[in-house]
Every structure is written in C-alpha cells, then in structure tokens.
Design a protein around this ligand. Sequence first.
Ligand SMILES: [Cu+2]
Length: 324
Amino acid sequence: MTPNHAALELWPAAVSGTATETDLLILAFTVLTLLLTVPVFVAITYFALRYREGSEADRSPSGIRSNLIEISWMLIPFLLTLIFFVWGARVFIASKNAPPDAMVIEAIGRQWMWKFQHPTGQAEINDLHVPIGQPIRLRIISQDVIHALYLPALRLQVAALPDRYTDLWFKADKIGTYHLYCSEYCGTDHSVMGGEISFMNPGDYQDWLTHAGAQQGKVAAGRTLYEAYGCAGCHDPGSAVKAPSLAGLHGSQVKLADGRTVAADDAWLREKILNPNGDRLAEGYKQVMPSFAGRIPEDELGTLIDFLKSYTAPASGKAAQATP
Ligand SMILES: [Cu+2]
C-alpha cells in the first residue's frame, strides 16, 4: 500500500474520533485566544495613534469608574478559558483509559527501529497494520534508551521508556496509510526510526495476518518461553524447588515477605522476573529465583507476561494448562 499523505498538506488527516476532537479543541482554543487578544492589540494601536504626541485629542478624565467593568473583564475570559481546561482534561483522561476489550499490540522501541507484535503472534518491524472500528491498545516499552511513539494521524504521542510500560489506545474509523515516527531524539539514526501505520478494514487485516504468516499464538509462544527459561522447572507443580504456582497470579494481590501486599500487574511481573530479589520476595519463600535481567529480550518478556496473564488455576490434580 502506498501512503496517501499528500506532499503538502495544510492540515494533517485525522483518522479517529479523538483526533478530530483534538483538532476541534485546538482550533476552538486558537479562536478564543484571538477573540481575547485581537481587541487589545486593536485598542493599543488606536490609542497610540489617537493620543500620539501633538494630537488635539481630549485628554480630560472621562469620569468612568465601574466595578462591573473591572470584574467582568477578568471573570468572563477566565470562565471562557476554564471551559478549555475541562474539555482538555476530558480528552486527556479518555485518551489514557483504554476500553477493557481493546486488542493489545506490543510496541518495542530500540535503536533504531520499532517492533510491533500482534496478539496472534505476527511481528513486524517499523510498519504497523491495524483494523479500523475496534479499540486498539499499544503496550509500549523501550529496550534501550528513551524513544517516543508518535502517530500524527491519531494525534497521539507517548514516550517509550526502558523498564516501564506506557500505553496509548485508539479506535480508527478511516482506512489509510500514514507515517509513524520516533519523536524523542535517541541517537545517530533517530531520524530514520519510523515507518507507516496502515488502518485497514477488519477483513483486510485478517488477510494481512494470514499473509504475515499464521504463527504460533502469543500465549502458546509464551508457554514455550516459560519452559525454555526454566520457569516451569521451579514453578510447576511437582518441582523439587519450593516455588509458588504462577497460575492465576496475574491480577491478584501478592503478599510479600516484608508484609506489604502488591497487585500483580504487568509492571510488577516484569520487575519480579528481571529483579526477583530486590524487595519483592514472596511471603513464606526463600530467595532462590535467579534474576533474568539481560537474559530475556524485551519482546520475549512481553510474550511471557501475556502467557502468565492467561495462565489460569490448574484443574485439580493435573498440570496447569494455559488457555490459548
Ligand atoms: Cu527513537
């Protein structure tokens, strides 16, 4: 697909409701700013000419003293700009809270490329294909320095940080292909760290997925990693090491040896795997879990966490099975 961005555009295309609303917000705020400042500049010019040195203008005091005028010139612009505070805050908060049914795509920044991984396992470099009409959440992380994922057609930009997940979500409603960029200076080839995002009809997206290679699903791939890195050797029932079962762990509350209780979310799992012996020891267990920092690459870590997320409590007696 060739990108359908014109060489010279006055206003970049907007492909989601949020993007259109962001434009409207900026436009309306610009108009308000003009309404509030243009009269001031016109008045300054007028008075500068009318009362210039040597003019015959009447300079006797006008005698007008009105509290009403004083209060209203301050209060009305204040209230008008406050509307934009509320409006802007609403757009911002909505853009931070993905609907729970959003499809999650992994985005990993590294010097100097973006890697995207679809829930069904397909991965792509620099380009991203997504279906329209469906909420999509990008779970973003960096494997080295700070990057930022910038999607102008969606009016969204989020930093990609090492060691911490950030996210953004959108629901596109127009098909098309647009630029995506890294917008945080990240070294020599920062300027070429980018590609294209294609918004496709759901049917075309399915075709694309098939085309991109029907690979092992992410959960199944995660199970493979879970075994390959030896997690299963300690954590599965029947192991010689006394280690807690990880089935049903994601989303639960975990008791730590130091008495704290933490929520086992993506970020916490990630920290636990990379640095298990910091201050994250589980209550009633010994410090035997090795650190996997530097051993598991970022994309595999994401896959592993996806597996743990879907890893439910085992049926009684038999080994735990992940729901693919
Ligand atoms: Cu970058």
